[in-house]
Design a protein around this ligand. Structure first.
Ligand code: FES
Length: 253
């Protein structure tokens, strides 16, 4: 089974660089591996372990804990039908029963043609349109048995490819700024989102806060600081560098 492709290894390294500890990138990189193959293959999990200096068992332990990560093959379309309270009282179980009959598999199974994996899930936050379902985590509300059959027919025919990406794809937009921890984001987004500098307070405002000092008091303070600096020069081994006191981030990414 597949290890991560060179492109995805680079994406994984970019993701690892966002965190102070490599292991913190585990879940995002598992989603990356799942996007590549549609599920988490044994080789992909071993590769993720290598990239994060973890054991395969640690990776598998996390992958097998979360519902959105699959350590077994998943069909082209993961159909998740909600049977939680709002959907339950609006026909969620009847919809699930219809789906099992229509697809010919029980919840938790995959159709022989590998087109659909059916699962029963808890609330998917579309309660206002109960009963509802998700296909590859894209949501469809007010689903009747007739709508279900039309939906699966369209999915099988590939008519919803724009709306429903392959299983494992969380989003289809790649982040292009701010990917490296400690490095200021560049680009129009970061610049436009930067807060405007605050205007200097007016003399009236300063007076109201009692912050104004006589000019000679400020001069006295400066003279005292300069005198202290002469008597007690900074230790050059520990003084901040010209670039600042924050150390450079170690880069193995
Ligand atoms: S109960 Fe079904 S989406 Fe919330």
């Amino acid at each position: 089974m597949a290890r991560l492709t060179p492109e995805n290894v680079q994406r994984a390294r970019d993701t690892i660089a966002l965190y102070p500890e490599k292991r913190s990138a585990l879940i995002p990189i598992l989603h990356l591996a799942q996007e590549q193959d549609g599920w988490l293959t044994e080789d992909a999990m071993a590769h993720v372990a290598e990239l994060l200096d973890l054991t395969p068992a640690e990776v598998y332990g996390t992958a097998s804990f979360y519902d959105m990560l699959f350590t077994e093959p998943v069909g082209k379309h993961l159909v998740s039908i909600c049977t939680n309270i709002a959907c339950l009282i609006n026909g969620g179980y009847e919809l699930l029963e219809h789906a099992e009959q229509s697809l010919g598999v029980r919840a938790g199974a995959t159709t022989p043609d590998n087109e659909f994996t059916l699962e029963e899930v808890e609330c998917i936050a579309l309660c206002g349109e109960a009963p509802c379902l998700a296909v590859n985590w894209r949501f469809f509300g007010s689903v009747t048995p007739e709508k279900f059959d039309a939906l699966t027919a369209d999915l099988r025919a590939g008519l919803l490819a724009d709306e429903v990406p392959p299983h494992g794809t969380l989003n289809r937009v790649r982040r292009t700024v701010g990917l490296t921890a400690g490095v200021p984001a560049t680009g129009r987004v970061a610049v436009s989102e930067a807060p405007a500098p605050a205007p200097p307070p007016t003399p009236t405002e300063k007076d109201q806060r009692g912050e104004n000092q006589p000019a000679d008091a400020a001069a006295t303070e400066t003279a005292v600081e300069e005198a202290a600096a002469v008597q007690d020069p900074p230790d050059t081994d520990t003084a901040p560098t010209a670039e600042g006191s924050r150390p450079e981030k170690g880069g193995d990414a």
